[in-house]
Design a protein around this ligand. Structure first.
Ligand SMILES: [Mn+2]
Length: 195
């Protein structure tokens, strides 16, 4: 079973994440940050990774610690669920339109964290959500998941659409990368023999 549960408690947040890579995209995400829950739901729904997330953070300060620490816990859960990565496709990419927004995501489950982020969000807020936290989330997620992740905004002027397209594009790319390759299901996809 490619599943994992990760819990993480600090003075700032208490997070629990449960995922199933071979799920159907079921989600139940409650972080106390409405827009972020909406994005996490997209991530689950379009990656087909089942996801249950609970976060209790210091929202009286702002949403930063909660969003970042959820990214850390989710990244760790992904790495744990992937195990030694036998049989995975490893790479995934997606070009995803959402109305005015067009976002490209390409990723490698390489074990080498690297984020290239070219996603300008034109407004500082989406509702009450600080748009700069989208990048914070993907930094934490790629670092702790061992993911090389490139995300580029090619078009778009509406911050909600651009952010949502970014989450959906990463989700679609993840779906491809974590899937088992039936032509090589018994081997780790690297000439080094390990990832
Ligand atoms: Mn939306």
């Amino acid at each position: 079973m490619r599943t994992a549960t990760v819990t993480r408690k600090t003075a700032e947040t208490e997070i629990s994440v449960t995922i199933d890579l071979d799920g159907t995209g079921r989600y139940d995400n409650q972080t106390g940050v409405g827009f972020f829950d909406h994005m996490l739901d997209q991530l689950a729904r379009h990656s087909l990774i089942d996801m249950e997330i609970r976060a209790k953070g210091d929202l009286h300060i702002d949403d930063h610690h909660t969003v970042e620490d959820t990214g850390i816990a989710l990244g760790r859960a992904l790495a744990q669920a992937l195990g030694d990565k036998t049989g995975i496709r490893r790479y995934g990419s997606c070009l995803l339109p959402m109305d005015d927004a067009l976002v490209r995501a390409a990723l490698d489950l390489s074990g080498r964290p690297y984020l290239v982020w070219n996603v300008d969000l034109p407004t500082p807020k989406i509702g009450t959500f600080d748009t700069e936290l989208v990048r914070e989330f993907f930094t934490a997620f790629s670092t702790n998941g061992g993911i090389t992740l490139h995300v580029d905004r090619l078009h778009g002027f509406n911050s909600h659409h651009i952010a949502e397209a970014a989450f959906k594009a990463v989700a679609r790319a993840l779906r491809e990368a974590v899937e088992t390759d039936p032509r090589k299901a018994d081997a780790v996809p690297s000439t080094k023999g390990a990832l």
